[in-house]
Ligand binder design. Structure first.
Ligand code: 6U4
Length: 175
């Protein structure tokens, strides 16, 4: 009997959540084009060849908002698997309260500060309400979401918490 195993192809992405100093407000951007168009999200994108994940996170934040971040703090890795697509998006999540520069609307994002207690979940990715409580409690985590091809329906997820960022890479969600 031949067992057909779907090959998984991982692609690296970043996602940066900028918070104000007392962490009551978060800066989101309305994605104006491409993947996730029409949804409010943090800033980020694909990691390019030759850059570290953190360099990619800083570059995407700058490109999409014009802000420079000083201290990016890693908070987790979020994996997305879409039905029928061998690509797994590995989204490395960072946060910072330390940004400089003038916030501007760019070709890709319309930025807006939101109260953390009042986020526009109906216009955000449907996984966000699942992992946001962990993020806002300051947890470090890894989670894998399984989506239908409609990019809308979550069919399941599995997650684990880490006690430090250095533990993240060693986490196996399948064990
Ligand atoms: N389900 C989801 N929930 C979430 O909160 N963020 C998600 C998500 N799926 C993807 N993201 C984030 C990760 C990343 O920041 C962004 C997707 O990156 P993009 O496709 O915009 O990459 P690029 O900016 O490199 O794209 P282009 O320049 O358009 O090629 O959306």
């Amino acid at each position: 009997m031949v067992e057909i195993v779907e090959q998984e192809l991982h692609k690296l992405y970043t996602l940066v959540y900028v918070l104000n100093k007392d962490k009551t407000k978060i800066l989101l951007g309305l994605k104006k084009r491409g993947f996730g168009k029409g949804r409010w999200n943090g800033f980020g994108g694909k990691v390019e060849k030759g850059e570290t994940i953190e360099q990619g996170a800083l570059r995407e934040l700058k490109e999409e908002s014009n802000l420079d971040a000083k201290n990016l703090e890693k908070k987790g890795v979020i994996y997305f698997k879409f039905e029928g697509d061998p690509v797994i998006m590995d989204v490395h999540l960072y946060t910072t309260t330390d940004v400089s520069g003038d916030l501007i609307e760019t070709d890709e994002m319309l930025p807006k500060w939101y109260n953390v207690s009042d986020l526009p979940y109906s216009s955000m990715w449907p996984d966000d309400p699942i992992w946001h409580p962990w993020f806002f409690e300051g947890k470090i985590f890894t989670v894998k979401f399984f989506f239908k091809a409609d990019l809308e329906t979550i069919t399941g997820y599995k997650h684990k918490f880490a006690s430090s960022v250095s533990e993240l890479d060693a986490i196996n969600l399948d064990s």
